[in-house]
Design a binder for this molecule. Structure first.
Ligand code: NAP
Length: 290
C-alpha cells in the first residue's frame, strides 16, 4: 500500500514553525505580519476558503484584515482598494480571492498588485521568478506541492514528471518548479493533448490539476508512481449534511494500490495552499524590514 501524503500534518507543522517565529517577534517587541484578504461577492466555496485563511492567521498569530465587497463592485473601485493596500505600511501582503465576478478581469487586477505584497504569487514578476535562482513570492499551491515532496523526501532529480493541466494558477507554475528546482524531466498535458494515458503511464511523479473527478484511472498510472492530486471539485453527496463532498481528479480507490505515495482529497494539497500563503506573508514581512 502507498504512503498517504498527509497535507494536514505538514501544514500543521509549518504553522507551528511560523507561530514560533511570531512568538519570537512579539518577545522582541516587534509588530507581527499582517495579511489582508479581499473578497468580492457571495460565492459560498470562496467564503469557506477565506474563512480557512483567517483561521490560519489566528492560529499563527498574524494580524489580518478582511475586506468584503458586494458583487456589484466595479473593477475600477476594486483597483482603488488594491492601490490603497499597496501603499499601506501596516499591510505586509494581501490576496484577492478568486473567482471574481464576470465584469472584473483577474488579469487586470493582478497587474495592479504590488509584487512585494503578492502573497498568492500571481503577478508576472513572482511567476517569472520561478525560473530565476532568486525566487520571490512563489505561487502558493505549486509552492505547497514542492514543500510536500521535500518534506516527504521524495526524490525528483532526473525523474519523469508528468503534469496534467496547464493553468496559470497550478499546472504551468508547478511544471516550471519541477523543472527548475526539482530537476525533473517534465511533460505538460492539457485539454488538447492526444492520448493522455500514453504520457501519464510514463510518469514517476504524476501531478494532476484539472478539476475533473476520476479523470485518472488505474490503467493510466505506472506502478510505484508518486501521485499528487490537486483537483478539488464539489460533487453532490446526499449522505452528507452539506449535501456535497470534495473529489480529486484521481480515482483514488483504484489508483492508490499502485502508487508509492499519493495525496488524498481532501487533506493532501489543499491545506498546503494555506500554509504557503502564510509562509509567503512571513517572507514579505521579513523583506520589508519595517
Ligand atoms: P483550470 O484553470 O480550469 O485549468 C484546468 C487545466 O486542465 C487546463 O490547463 C486545461 O487545459 C486542463 N484540462 C481540461 N480538461 C482536460 C483533460 N480532459 N485532459 C487534460 N487536461 C485537461 O483549473 P485550475 O485553476 O488549474 O484548477 C485545477 C483543479 O485544481 C481544480 O479542481 C481546482 O479546484 C483545483 N485547485 C485546488 C487548489 C488547492 O489548494 N487544493 C488550488 C488551486 C486549484 P487547457 O489549458 O487546454 O484548457
Amino acid at each position: 500500500m502507498p504512503t498517504v501524503i498527509d497535507g494536514r500534518k505538514i501544514s500543521k507543522d509549518i504553522k507551528e514553525e511560523i507561530a514560533h517565529r511570531v512568538d519570537g517577534l512579539k518577545a522582541e517587541g516587534k509588530r507581527v505580519p499582517h495579511l489582508a484578504i479581499i473578497i468580492v461577492g457571495d460565492d459560498a466555496p470562496s467564503h469557506t476558503y477565506v474563512n480557512g485563511k483567517i483561521n490560519a492567521c489566528k492560529e499563527v498569530g498574524f494580524e489580518y484584515t478582511l475586506l468584503h465587497f458586494a458583487n456589484s463592485l466595479s473593477e475600477e473601485k476594486l483597483i482603488k482598494h488594491i492601490t490603497k493596500l499597496n501603499e499601506d505600511d501596516d499591510i505586509d501582503g494581501f490576496i484577492v480571492q478568486i473567482p471574481l465576478p464576470d465584469h472584473i478581469s483577474v488579469e487586470h487586477v493582478n497587474e495592479k498588485i504590488s509584487p512585494d505584497k503578492d502573497v498568492d504569487g500571481f503577478t508576472n514578476q513572482n511567476f517569472g521568478s520561478i525560473t530565476s535562482t532568486h525566487h520571490l513570492l512563489l505561487p502558493a499551491t505549486p509552492f505547497g506541492i514542492m514543500e510536500l515532496l521535500k518534506r516527504y523526501e521524495i526524490k525528483t532529480k532526473g525523474k519523469e514528471c508528468v503534469v496534467v493541466g496547464a493553468s496559470r494558477l497550478v499546472g504551468s507554475p508547478v511544471s516550471l518548479m519541477m523543472l527548475q528546482d526539482g530537476m525533473a524531466t517534465v511533460t505538460v498535458c492539457h485539454e488538447f493533448t492526444k492520448d493522455l494515458s500514453k504520457h501519464t503511464r510514463q510518469a514517476d511523479i504524476l501531478i494532476v490539476a484539472v478539476g475533473k473527478p476520476n479523470l485518472i484511472t488505474k490503467d493510466m498510472v505506472k506502478k510505484n508512481a508518486v501521485i499528487i492530486d490537486v483537483g478539488t471539485t464539489r460533487v453532490e453527496d446526499k449522505t452528507r449534511k452539506s449535501g456535497f463532498r470534495l473529489s480529486g481528479d484521481v480515482d483514488y480507490e483504484n489508483v492508490a494500490p499502485l502508487a508509492s505515495y499519493i495525496t488524498p482529497v481532501p487533506g493532501g494539497v489543499g491545506p498546503m495552499t494555506i500554509a504557503s500563503l502564510l509562509l509567503n506573508t512571513l517572507k514579505a514581512y521579513e523583506a520589508r524590514k519595517i
